[in-house]
Design a protein around this ligand. Structure first.
Ligand SMILES: Nc1ncnc2c1ncn2[C@@H]1O[C@H](COP(=O)(O)OP(=O)(O)OP(=O)(O)O)[C@@H](O)[C@H]1O
Ligand code: SF4
Ligand SMILES: [Mg+2]
Length: 335
């Protein structure tokens, strides 16, 4: 599989008051064609900022401080904003964190579909309406609902409609930011099943942003774990879940309940991610890491390859087997 999206050294800051907040810091990420990559991490780690930077839809107080985002070999960061906008929907499409933001409340779904399919995709109205019917069916929505307004939809239906819009022009890459977080568990499962089926049937290339590692294990062949603006571990989902190597990944897995294990065995991560306006020196996870050594507070651990296609930015990566044992027990997973 060739590389579809290649991100190298991407950094993004926000201006907040007089302070710069580096929300994405020197991120490297590859998405092969036809792959689904899960981007996982706690709230405030920079996932949405990274997703928006890839799409070129950052807010006005944000700036790209460096790096390259190449789609099919073309560097998107060198394009003018107008050229970048032309790529939206046709090459890159986005399901934003709140699906209501993807849909305009004052237009019927059919008119919003027409806008994407006719104005951006160049289809005549009749062909656009036929495509909208097919898209609604593909995400499990009854096409009669195309004449509804977004407020007439349930949360799950809105999310499906947002996914249908994102797929409208067969983009090369879809980025979905927390596609199921706002939904109840039954509807979550239905929407996840739809995304999984679309991935299989269409060979969809996607980045699925989520704080829930179980969503990633269900949908994605590849995983990147983000902490405090950085990717701290990445590889195949199988390698990461079977052989997590960064203690943060181990902690995220601990915090995800296994229905087959008694609840007492949950040993989540204490504390909260750092303020990105003033991140800690050394490894950014050190203040919360039960396995930290003194050296971890002195310098940044660089990513190390632990097996082909699997890397982790931890000084203790070579001891991962023993660390995994320690991470499973409440007695050794406390600071
Ligand atoms: N528009 C903005 N202006 C200033 N700072 C922002 C802005 N948006 C996000 N941030 C800051 O950037 C950091 C990363 O935020 P981001 O929304 O990317 O995180 P996230 O991982 O998507 O979190 P969540 O899981 O809550 O959606 C946070 O410190 C946040 O406060
Ligand atoms: S480098 Fe040190 S503090 Fe950071 S995750 Fe590894 S063991 Fe923990
Ligand atoms: Mg977010």
């Amino acid at each position: 599989m060739g590389t579809l999206l290649e991100v190298k050294g991407l950094s993004v800051s926000y201006r907040r008051g007089g302070v710069a907040v580096r929300a994405v810091d020197a991120v490297d990420l590859d998405v092969p064609a036809g792959a689904m990559l899960g981007l996982v991490g706690e709230s405030g780690c920079g996932k949405s900022t990274l997703a928006r930077a890839l799409m070129g839809v950052l807010p006005g107080n944000a700036s790209i401080d460096g790096g390259r985002v190449a789609l099919d070999g073309e560097d998107l960061t060198e394009l003018t904003p107008a050229k970048r906008r032309q790529r939206l929907w046709r090459e890159l499409s986005f399901v934003p964190q709140t699906s209501m933001n993807a849909l305009d409340p004052v237009y019927r779904l059919r008119d919003q579909m027409r806008e994407v399919l006719c104005e951006r995709g160049g289809l005549p109205t009749k062909a656009a309406d036929e495509r909208a019917v097919a898209l609604f069916r593909s995400v499990g929505l009854d096409p009669v609902r195309l004449t509804d307004f977004p407020h007439q939809f349930s949360g799950g239906m809105r999310q499906r409609a947002a996914i249908a819009m994102a797929l409208a022009l067969n983009p090369k890459l879809v980025i979905a930011d927390e596609p199921v977080t706002a939904l109840d568990v039954i509807v979550q499962r239905q929407v996840l099943d739809t995304i999984r089926r679309l991935g299989r049937d269409l060979g969809l290339s996607a980045i699925i942003v989520t704080h829930d590692i179980s969503v990633v294990t269900y949908l994605c062949g590849l995983t990147a774990v983000m902490y405090a603006g950085r990717i701290v571990e990445q590889g195949t989902t199988e390698a990461l879940t079977r052989r997590p190597t960064h203690p943060y990944t181990m902690g995220l897995m601990n915090a995800s309940p296994d229905l087959h294990e008694p609840v007492e065995t949950l040993v989540p991560i204490e504390g909260a991610p750092p303020d990105l306006a003033d991140p800690p020196k050394g490894c950014r996870f050190a203040p919360r890491c039960p396995l930290a050594l003194a050296a971890c507070r002195e310098s940044d651990p660089p990513p190390v390859v632990v097996e082909p296609g699997h890397s982790a930015a931890c000084f203790r990566a070579a001891e991962a087997g023993a660390l995994r044992e320690a991470a499973r027990k409440a007695s050794t997973w406390t600071r």
